[in-house]
Ligand binder design. Structure first.
Ligand code: ATP
Ligand code: MG
Ligand code: MG
Length: 534
């Protein structure tokens, strides 16, 4: 059965894949265990999973662990957890290092076939020769010499350490990726899985086609920066009589005001500009999840983008707007007032003693259950609302009904409201009032609870950072904003990760419950909804 991959539920897209046989597709996601996954990796992982699982196939997760200088098992564990956070399950997990012996043997085979040579040209000179299409003086060494030298590399002898193994592809191809790429280098750093067993490590260019072929991958989905290397990828199948694998390119994700490279993110962590890899300002899977991004929205976003091959600079607005659509119908609604300058309001015709009523958590989604709301004759409202009260005005107390402003007390300079009296007018038409007011009742037993409302700005000030920019020049001076608030008592029962709407303020995710927070206040992080600047 030949079919293209069309998205099932979210818009249609076409990855332009051919040779898709239902039940036989195998894709792979090959992260390097050198950092935590970011939203770009999430795209790669989600696409691979989608192509495999929507066609009844399998997705392999393969740790591309060929650079002991950068890799650690800590990162492997983190990546497995990050994939779980994305709702992605690989059908099997392997490591490039599982294949080190096999890869070594294939390298030997290439040498024996006259298709690879060991080069001791210093790195700078090699770069120069490559650029100017000059053949290396080692290019025509005999097979025997190359085998001997490769063995020196394997043993990391003084000569071996100065060498690298190169494929004999081309000296002067217009595609520079084909100019005798490096296949193996020496490295004496112990590897986190194989220790000191190996002193030579294969390059990604060499491993990828071989292991893809050996592990049964049918479709290798690669981000666009590998496009120039596609011909070298296929070169190995011919050179080593391997089963070919079909390549498909997809565009890299790039977001405005965002750095995505693991190296740069590591810099933010090391220099304490963020609190860790899960900082809510970070574009990591952990960071955006902590900021309230749902898997559903992320998945939709990636699949909508699908096969687009343009490397665009994307704005965060769109993905957050999608997220808002996902959370709005299921986010219970609560009330928060800013603690700064709360205004006490009395209702002379309010209930004689406080009443606690069960109210729907979400008027349009009754399945979300009820919350307990305190109706009392002493309320609190926000200064910002009270400042606009006009005597005689009819307004609406949300979830209660109308009230008419009877009196407003202000400080001598008139700048601050210190109290107000409202007369309930519950017969009034709530649709006829201009202003809806959030309020909190008071009851001797049910107290509003303390919360910190956190909001964040981009870490950098430049929309499209360039590779050569120094990050320090781009830092946004202040990126965290905190407001102390009072929220209705129901919020105290929420668990970390719960997503709510604070009426008239937006969407929030519980980041810490009171017992986890230094100040004993619930920490709520504002979830961008695609309308504001962040
Ligand atoms: P980075 O330098 O940002 O950490 P990388 O490409 O070096 O990225 P890998 O762990 O080697 O990181 O990548 C794993 C997979 O994720 C690769 O298939 C890679 O193409 C893909 N990937 C990495 N960054 C992006 C991105 N911004 N958009 C889409 N795919 C990406
Ligand atoms: Mg990489
Ligand atoms: Mg990279």
């Amino acid at each position: 059965r030949q079919a293209n991959c069309g998205a099932r539920d979210q818009g249609s897209f076409d990855l332009g894949l051919t040779g898709i046989e239902h039940g036989r597709v195998v894709t792979r996601f090959p992260p390097e265990p050198s950092g935590y996954l970011h939203i770009g990796h999430a795209k790669a992982a989600l696409l691979n999973e989608y192509v495999a699982h929507s066609n009844g196939g399998r997705m392999l997760v393969r740790f591309d662990d060929t650079n002991p200088d950068k890799e650690r098992s800590e990162f492997e564990d983190a990546i497995v957890e990050d994939l779980a956070l994305l709702g992605i399950r690989g059908d099997s997990v392997s490591h490039t290092s599982d294949h080190f012996q096999t890869l070594h043997d294939y390298a030997v085979r290439l040498i024996e076939r006259g298709l690879a040579y060991v080069d001791d040209t210093p790195q700078e000179d090699m770069r120069h020769e490559r650029w100017h299409a000059i053949a290396s003086r080692c290019r025509d060494l005999s097979v025997a010499d190359n085998l001997a030298r490769f063995d020196e590399m394997r043993r990391a002898t003084p000569l071996g350490l100065t060498c690298c193994l190169r494929a004999k592809m081309s000296v002067d191809n217009v595609n520079k990726a084909l100019r005798d790429p490096v296949l193996y280098r020496c490295n004496l750093t112990p590897h986190h899985r194989t220790g000191t067993q190996w002193k030579i490590y294969p390059t990604y260019d060499f491993c990828c086609p071989i292991i893809d072929s050996l592990e049964g991958v049918t479709h290798a989905l690669r981000s666009m920066e590998y496009r120039d290397r596609n011909p070298q990828y296929t070169w190995f199948f011919d050179a080593l009589d391997l089963r070919p694998v079909q390549i498909m390119d997809f565009s890299r994700l790039n977001f405005a005001f965002t750095l995505l490279s693991k190296r740069k993110l590591q810099w933010f962590v090391d220099s304490n500009h963020v609190t860790g890899w899960d900082d809510p300002r970070f574009p990591t899977v952990r960071g955006i999840r902590r900021r309230g991004m749902t898997i559903e929205a992320l998945r939709q976003y990636v699949l909508m983008q699908g096969a687009s091959q343009r490397n665009m600079l994307l704005d965060w607005d769109k993905i957050w707007a999608l997220n808002k659509k996902a959370i709005d119908p299921v986010a219970p609604r609560h009330t928060a007032l800013l603690k700064k300058e709360l205004v006490p309001v009395s209702l002379p015709n309010g209930p004689a003693s406080a009443e606690i009523r069960d109210m729907p958590r979400h008027k349009k989604s009754p399945e979300l259950g009820t919350k307990r709301t305190v109706f009392s004759s002493q309320l609190f409202v926000d200064q910002e609302d009270a400042a606009l009260f006009e005597v005689g005005e009819e307004l609406t107390l949300m979830d209660w009904g109308n009230a008419v402003v009877e009196a407003v007390e202000r400080t001598a300079d008139g700048a601050t409201v210190t109290g107000a009296t409202l007369r309930l007018h519950l017969e009034g038409d709530v649709k006829a009032t201009k202003r809806k007011i959030t309020w909190l009742g008071q009851d001797p037993a049910v107290h509003p609870v303390e919360a910190l409302l956190l909001d964040y700005d981009y870490l950098i000030t430049k929309r499209k950072p360039e590779e050569e920019d120094s990050i320090e020049d781009l830092l946004t001076p202040v990126t965290e904003f905190v407001d102390a608030a009072l929220v209705d008592a129901n919020v105290a029962e929420l668990q970390v990760g719960a997503i709510i709407q604070l009426e008239r303020r937006g969407y929030f995710i519980v980041d810490k419950v009171a017992s986890q927070s230094e100040l004993g206040a619930i920490n709520l992080i504002r979830i961008p909804d695609g309308t504001a600047a962040t």
